[in-house]
Design a protein around this ligand. Structure first.
Ligand SMILES: [Zn+2]
Length: 498
């Protein structure tokens, strides 16, 4: 056992009162305004820099030199906040300003949004210069009401906590008050008592018509440094995520996780809701209503799926020593299978549809959860190369089939005569491959090797994800762009040299 700092989020559905709903909406609105304000400040400075570079290039200076000579600092949280504090105004005293209503919301609504804008800007720069792995991050975009996720993060002084449970069924949130929880807060209380953890922040968000609170807790927990006896005996398990079954384990069909019944029900309801939507006229009230019905159903499916995933990942991470999964290209899978004009996709109908969409969203999340839960529970995550033909290979003799249709649910080996469930065959192959090559994917390290753990962005994972003061690494503001043409997502309306 080693003591380790652990961050855990406890998410609750809320039952806010009508007044509290207004308060919540006001807070997410303020956060959105603050983010957009901060981003506008950054974009303005960036444009100024580009104008000056362009002017310098006009005089005959090579562009690469001009880019490094011109210095326009991109304002960060501190600068923006300082300027905002003088210009915000106050409608209580009749002083007009940028946001005279600021006193109606918690100051943290502004602060965390300004910090988020810094992060978005830093992420874009890091992605542009290749210091960030994963998909390319675009130029930070403004948040749009009704389009972007409504969310606000509130912090407090951990020595005098104002974010805390009020009994088992209510959550105290600064400025908004005691909000009733839809379910019980007992699991949070138990966790806090057991670990002596501290609440760091609460993120309030709206999804559909529902409000949620994610309470972030920091605690020092004894983490197992090695797998338990039971885990060692259970050994390695291969997991195959699928449409027919949620997760198939190499240990057998009985131990696997069937697709929950509610998905089938939701699918029928969704088909009906979509049909109703398509019958409505554009811009009508009925259309708006029908659209919110579809969104609500999608939201419900996502919520339940999320809950099921958490159960599965916890059970697998606690039961086995090594969990082997396939390294799936989630971004590639999520891409439409429709293809292009030149290269039309095949089996478009089979590949689209609800199950597919849910599945695509589930893979990345499944892996993310396993990554941290294996650390919590002393197990290990092994990721098998994505080009390994886990479905087409026979798990007994190793013969590889050239073709295997998606509709073939049973694997029949032509070489040794093995007849086995298609997904279980794949799961066994994944487990075998993980045993044969323990670190199949070195680029994204296997979890369990703290403190050298890297996240998917090749950044060292630090536990200050959302809590408290963050030491944001400042970019050299003098040369915000690497030399060479901008790669993409640059604001279209750039001042061009005349
Ligand atoms: Zn065989």
């Amino acid at each position: 056992m080693t003591d380790a700092e652990q961050f855990r989020a406890f998410r609750f559905a809320l039952d806010p009162s009508a007044v509290q709903r207004q308060d919540l909406a006001r807070h997410v609105g303020a956060a959105r305004w603050a983010f957009n304000h901060a981003l506008a400040c950054k974009v303005a400075a960036h444009r100024e820099w580009r104008t000056r570079v362009a002017a310098l290039v006009e005089t005959g200076v090579p562009e690469a030199d001009a880019r490094c000579q011109v210095k326009v600092p991109i304002p960060t949280k501190q600068t923006i906040q300082f300027a905002l504090n003088r210009a915000k105004g106050d409608d209580r005293t009749g002083h007009d300003g940028l946001c005279p209503w600021w006193h109606e919301v918690s100051t943290y609504a502004f602060q965390s949004a300004l910090a988020d804008a810094d992060t978005a800007w830093a992420n874009w720069l890091a992605s542009l210069s290749g210091r960030r792995a994963g998909r390319e991050i675009g130029y930070p975009r403004f948040k749009k009401k009704g389009r972007s996720r409504d969310s606000v993060r509130l912090h407090h002084d951990v020595r005098r906590p104002t974010i805390r449970l009020d009994g088992y069924r209510r959550l105290m949130v600064p400025r908004i008050g005691s909000i009733r929880l839809h379910d019980s807060g007992k699991r949070l209380t138990r966790y806090l008592t057991r670990t002596g953890g501290q609440v760091q922040s609460v993120t309030l968000s709206r999804s559909g018509k529902h409000w949620y609170a994610a309470v972030l807790v920091k605690s020092t927990v004894a983490e197992p440094s090695s797998p338990s006896r039971a885990q060692r005996i259970a050994g390695t398990v291969g997991v195959d995520l699928g449409v027919t079954r949620l997760a198939t384990l190499s240990t057998g069909i009985d131990a696997s996780y069937p697709n929950p019944r509610h998905l089938a029900v939701a699918r029928r309801q969704l088909t009906r809701a979509h049909r109703a939507l398509s019958r409505t006229q554009k811009g009508s009230n009925r259309r708006a209503k029908a659209r919110s019905k579809v969104a609500e159903l999608h939201h419900r499916v996502a919520e339940r799926r999320g809950g099921a995933l958490h159960q599965i990942t916890k059970q697998i991470a606690t039961r086995f020593e090594t969990i082997a999964i396939e390294d799936l290209n989630v971004a590639g899978m999520a891409r439409s299978s429709r293809g292009t004009m030149d290269e039309p996709g095949r089996n478009v109908r089979q590949k689209s549809g609800l199950n597919r969409a849910i599945l695509d969203a589930g893979f990345g999340e499944f892996r993310r959860q396993l990554t941290y839960k294996t650390i919590w529970y002393g197990s290990r995550l092994a990721v098998v190369d994505r080009f390994y033909p886990s479905s087409k290979t026979c798990s007994t003799c190793g013969a590889v089939k050239l073709k295997l249709r998606l509709s073939e649910r049973t694997y029949r080996c032509d070489q040794c005569g093995l007849v086995i469930d298609r997904d279980q065959n794949a799961a066994i192959n994944i487990a075998t491959a993980a045993v044969a090559a323990p670190n199949a994917v070195p680029a994204v390290p296997v979890a369990g090797d703290r403190p050298e753990t890297l996240n998917a962005r090749r950044a060292h994972v630090r536990p200050t994800l959302t809590g408290g003061q963050r030491a944001l690494k400042r970019e050299d503001p003098g040369c915000p762009l690497p030399p060479g043409p901008p790669r993409r997502s640059n604001p279209a309306a750039l001042p061009q040299p005349a």
